[in-house]
Write a protein that binds this ligand. Structure first.
Ligand code: SAH
Length: 232
């Protein structure tokens, strides 16, 4: 989907898609090597992360750190998730077969949203902090990613009128597995979410089958907490 952007650039829109120096192709390749070394195996995920300009999802002052495998501040006490976490959750999401309609809780910078939008047919993403959502919307539009619907809401309340998601990714840690989210899963769908308080978090996968819900712990996780209510 990002190739579309080359047209945008030739028509005068100046987006630093390819980067230079600390955001160059070589710098990005180092991140991909690190993800491989950490056990990320899905080449679709690695290819999309190689192409996605993470430096455009943070303030310019932090752009030089965008291809390190670290979470970065995006304001409002929130962070752009660590690349390893983005890769791992996306890889798990895709593991059981193609995903058509995916829900993300916690748009934040929009980086995970952008990665998902290049791998599944339709992404819905919910964010409780309006200014973060607005910035994310601009970034996704400028990258030509149009198979995304953003919503300003508390993701713990669900997305009324919607449901039947093949996949749901939570990018903030919940204290338990919210039934408001598992209720939105289609049969065969899965929810991937960090669960736990403070530093005691685990990445959990919940699959919805004909027999009911199956829950398993994947590995330790480190995310900002999922909070209730919205900020305008
Ligand atoms: N995927 C984002 C992660 C941002 S951090 C990125 O890579 O940039 C987690 C985000 O979840 C924050 O932006 C936070 O505001 C949001 N969040 C926390 N609780 C939420 C809730 N209940 N509903 C919607 N968004 C929530």
């Amino acid at each position: 989907a990002l190739s579309k952007n080359k047209d945008d650039m030739s028509s005068g829109l100046s987006i630093d898609l390819h980067g230079s120096g600390m955001t160059s192709a070589r710098t990005r390749e180092r991140l991909i090597s690190r993800l491989l070394a950490q056990g990320i195996r899905d080449t679709r995920v690695l290819d999309v992360m190689r192409q996605t300009p993470r430096h455009l999802f943070v303030d310019e002052a932090l752009a030089h750190r965008a291809y390190e495998d670290i979470a970065l501040p995006i304001g409002h006490s929130q962070t752009l998730s660590q690349p390893y976490s983005v890769a791992r959750m996306t890889e798990i999401l895709l593991a059981d077969g193609p995903r058509r309609k995916v829900l993300e809780i916690g748009t934040g910078s929009g980086y995970q949203t952008a990665v998902l939008a290049q791998l599944v047919a339709m992404v819905h993403s919910v964010e409780r902090i309006k200014p973060l959502q607005e910035k994310a919307r601009e970034r996704l539009n400028s990258l030509g990613l149009h198979n995304v619907r953003l919503r300003h809401a508390d993701g713990l309340v669900g997305w009324p009128g919607e449901g039947g998601y093949d996949g749901i990714i939570g990018t903030a840690a919940a204290l338990g597995v919210p039934t408001t989210l598992t209720d939105l899963l289609a049969i065969g769908g899965c929810l991937i979410l960090p669960v736990g308080a403070g530093q005691q978090q685990s990445l959990v996968r919940v699959r919805r089958t004909h027999e009911g819900l199956q829950q398993e712990v994947i590995e330790p996780a480190h995310f900002v907490p999922m909070l209730g209510g919205v900020i305008h």
